[in-house]
Design a protein around this ligand. Structure first.
Ligand code: SAM
Length: 329
């Protein structure tokens, strides 16, 4: 397993397969002024497979497809099949807003996808429209139902908590983990990209402690669960006697950089070394000038070696060159 210079074991590679999205969440994508990676500059399905093979060869075991919105990539089923069929891939998951899952859940499952994280910020239809902008609650619920029917379970629901937009709705989502078997994760906003969305992330920030307090005041005490793995970024809880799980992901108020096991590949072929820093290493050039698995593996190991200790949000440093939709969440 590759180790970085701080002794962290890095074995989780997240592929952003496209930077387009069918939503415009207020903290992620502005309505105007966007530019996207032109199609010829996206890594092809074959190139992505080469990176996955190289990843496995140097010790990566867990893989995730994300974006933008990964289901918008026309070759998403082929990409899934290619990665899932690489010997040594132990886990292949996807982060999605679920809108296209009624059409894609079954083919993705058949292609080898194992698990899904579905982005749903609120169960309140009007507030969802204000926060996620182009989505409706019915569309996302239909996607969740399709995923369940296709056997892509257990699903984790990701809710990014944004003051005045959905912080008042966290209790309703948490109730699904008290009364049912939902696994809901509440995520703190991070300022990326330096523009309008970073401003929202800073001004509408809600610390996880406040979200937790709100949930417990309404639904009763949460009991902490043991960490699923040392690199699990969520602190997980359960209501006594309930099946569901509530997770808090707190990169700002309780950074977990010390147990980070991630490397990210952007849609335009750069290893992005830490979500909240700008450092990147290009891999597309090597792929397009005849470099195969061995060349990519060497770049990947260099990327691991150069991974920053962690973020420096408290010093005002963050990713400025890219926003979340350009890196992959
Ligand atoms: N389109 C997919 C989705 O909606 O899940 C995958 C990409 S999206 C960038 C992944 C996750 O990042 C979503 O849960 C979204 O809420 C979260 N996200 C986007 N911008 C964020 C920010 N500034 N801070 C924290 N989370 C953010």
């Amino acid at each position: 397993m590759p180790r970085d210079r701080f002794g962290r074991e890095i074995d989780y590679l997240r592929f952003s397969v496209i930077d387009h999205c069918n939503l415009r969440c207020v903290y992620c994508m502005p309505l105007r002024g966007l530019s996207f990676v032109p199609s010829p500059e996206l890594l092809t399905a074959e190139e992505i497979e080469t990176v996955a093979r190289a990843g496995v060869a140097v010790g990566f075991r867990k893989f995730r497809l994300t974006g933008g919105e990964p289901t918008l990539r026309p070759e998403i089923v082929e990409i899934t099949r290619r990665i899932a069929s690489v010997p040594g891939v132990e886990d292949l998951a996807m982060t999605t807003n679920a809108i296209l899952l009624p059409r894609l859940a079954k083919p993705l499952r058949e292609a080898g996808l194992r698990r899904l994280n579905i982005h749903l910020d609120t169960l309140h239809p009007e507030r969802l429209k204000k926060l996620m902008r182009f989505a409706t609650l019915e569309e996302i619920e239909a996607g969740i139902a399709a995923a369940e029917e296709a056997g892509l379970v257990p699903i984790k629901i990701n809710c990014t908590v944004t003051r005045d937009y959905n912080d008042m709705d966290v209790v309703d989502l948490a109730r699904r983990a008290k009364q049912g078997d939902w696994h809901v994760r509440f995520i703190e906003l991070m300022p990326l990209g330096g523009g309008e969305t970073a401003h929202v992330a800073l001004s509408q920030f809600v610390p996880s402690a406040e979200t937790r307090q709100r949930i417990e005041a309404e639904l009763g005490p949460l009991e902490e669960l043991p960490r699923a793995s040392p690199s699990d970024e969520a602190r997980n809880y359960r209501f006594a006697g309930s099946q569901g799980v509530i997770g808090f992901i707190s990169p700002v108020s309780e950074p977990y950089c010390g147990s980070c096991n991630r490397m990210r590949l952007t849609a335009d072929g750069k290893f992005h070394l830490c979500l909240l820093n700008d450092d990147e290493l290009d891999v597309k050039q090597a792929l397009r000038s005849g470099g195969g698995e061995a060349a990519v593996g060497a770049i990947l190991l260099r990327a691991v070696g150069l991974k920053p200790t962690g973020h420096r949000l408290d010093e005002g440093v963050s990713t400025r060159a890219r926003s979340m939709f350009q890196i992959g969440g």
